[in-house]
Ligand binder design. Structure first.
Ligand SMILES: Cc1ncc(COP(=O)(O)O)c(C=O)c1O
Length: 389
């Protein structure tokens, strides 16, 4: 009997080793990893360059309190701000912590402006921002909220892509809009670019903060460092995690200066945030992603994935209702809620994928280093499985 709290429906398979896009079970079985630890192992498993940098750092310093200047942290922040809209970065260890930072920074900014009443945040139905009380109050589905009352007040949810509903929710207490440009846990839904442009216009005109949660869709997955760069809509804040650390606990909240000014010593913090090990990994991941051709590769292989998946939808119209998503964040929506069955059978065949949206959507999020040949193997497995249904 396991002594682990039953928060996950775990598979009995134990994974003991990873190399590139492959994972290896205790029994020696080889798996093609099209989940990447849920969009996390961006450069694949045990990437030699990142692993080498981590090993070097392990021998010199693991941890150092944030009361000291941490050179690798300064360096990563400098690089991220040079590459984005942001002026400052707050480092933490998980997407959830980045969500907490974003919510607190938004509220604290308006407080610092003498507008403490302006503290409500508009979020989008189907969005997911983590599992703390604040994060499930902001997003998540009914299941993630059930039994955790009282939730936090201050969040107003509106339907996806409905600008009228969003405008109607805005009051003199509204501080910000916080959304995932591509909802992943919610079922792989891309928000319309025109909608996001309008949200940007409205938030700017009303002096509201626009914060993008790019914990899943950011950091290379859609073929640019951040997805906002693909669509040309700059937020005022952005949260990222997962791929930024290639599996090492690391996350960040990127902000513009005027918001960062509201955060003074003692107002926020994280013991492990920005620690030397995480920062070394973060810089190493960025070194690899900024190599010439990296994002071009992601875009090319994404195209190959879509080109191989779309014919499946045509061939099996009685099983698949839609293939959607962008880059290497793809959802296959089924007509019947049996994604668990397909995901389970594909695991038996050596392919790891995940499922979302009440068992209706199979989600594909391979490491960004995946190649066309791996895409072919995965699609072949899927084809054979669909053929048998
Ligand atoms: C969009 C988004 N935001 C936030 C989170 C929370 O991240 P973490 O699980 O690292 O706390 C997740 C996790 O899946 C996510 O997908």
């Amino acid at each position: 009997m396991s002594h682990i709290v039953n928060a996950y429906s775990r598979l009995l398979t134990s994974i003991v080793r990873g190399e590139g896009v492959y994972l290896f079970g205790k029994d020696g079985k080889k798996y093609l990893d099209f989940a990447a630890g849920i969009s996390t192992a961006s450069l694949g498993h045990c990437h030699p360059y990142v692993t080498g940098k981590l090993k070097e750092q392990l021998g010199s310093l693991w941890h150092c309190s944030n009361i000291f200047t941490i050179p690798e942290q300064e360096r990563l922040a400098e690089r991220l701000t040079a590459l984005t809209f942001a002026d400052k970065v707050f480092f933490c260890s998980s997407g959830l912590e980045a969500t907490e930072a974003a919510i607190k920074f938004i509220r604290r900014y308006f407080y610092s402006q003498g507008q403490g009443r302006r503290n409500r945040i508009i979020t989008i139905e189907g969005g997911f921002h983590g599992r703390s009380i604040a994060a499930i109050s902001a997003g998540g589905n009914e299941k993630s909220r059930e039994g955790f009352a009282p939730l936090l007040p201050g969040f107003d949810k509106v339907p996806r892509n409905d600008i009228k509903a969003l405008e109607e929710k805005i009051s003199d207490e509204t501080a910000a809009v916080f959304l995932e440009p591509i909802q992943s846990e919610g079922g792989v839904y891309t928000l319309d670019v025109k909608y996001l442009q309008k949200v940007r216009e409205i938030t700017k005109a009303q002096g509201m903060i626009l914060c993008f949660d790019e914990v899943q869709c950011g950091y290379g997955r859609i073929g640019s460092l951040f997805h906002y760069q693909n669509i040309g809509i700059e937020p005022d804040m952005l949260t990222c995690a997962k791929a930024i650390g290639n599996g090492f606990p690391l996350a960040a909240c990127l902000v513009r200066d005027y918001i960062a000014e509201a955060i003074t010593p003692g107002t926020h913090g994280s013991t492990y945030g920005g620690n030397p090990l995480a920062m070394t990994v973060g810089n190493a991941v960025l070194d690899v992603m900024l190599e010439e051709g990296f994002f071009g590769h992601v875009r090319r292989v994404s195209k190959c994935l879509k080109e191989k998946l779309l014919p499946l939808a045509e061939e099996f119209p009685e099983i698949i209702s839609e293939i959607r998503g962008e880059g290497l964040l793809i959802g296959i929506e089924l007509k019947v809620p049996f994604a668990d069955k397909i995901v389970g059978q594909s695991l038996d065949k050596g392919l790891i994928m995940t499922r979302v949206l009440n068992n209706v959507v199979i989600r594909i999020t391979p490491p960004l280093i995946v190649e066309d040949k791996h895409v072919s193997i995965a699609c072949d497995i899927l084809y054979k499985l669909f053929l048998k249904i």
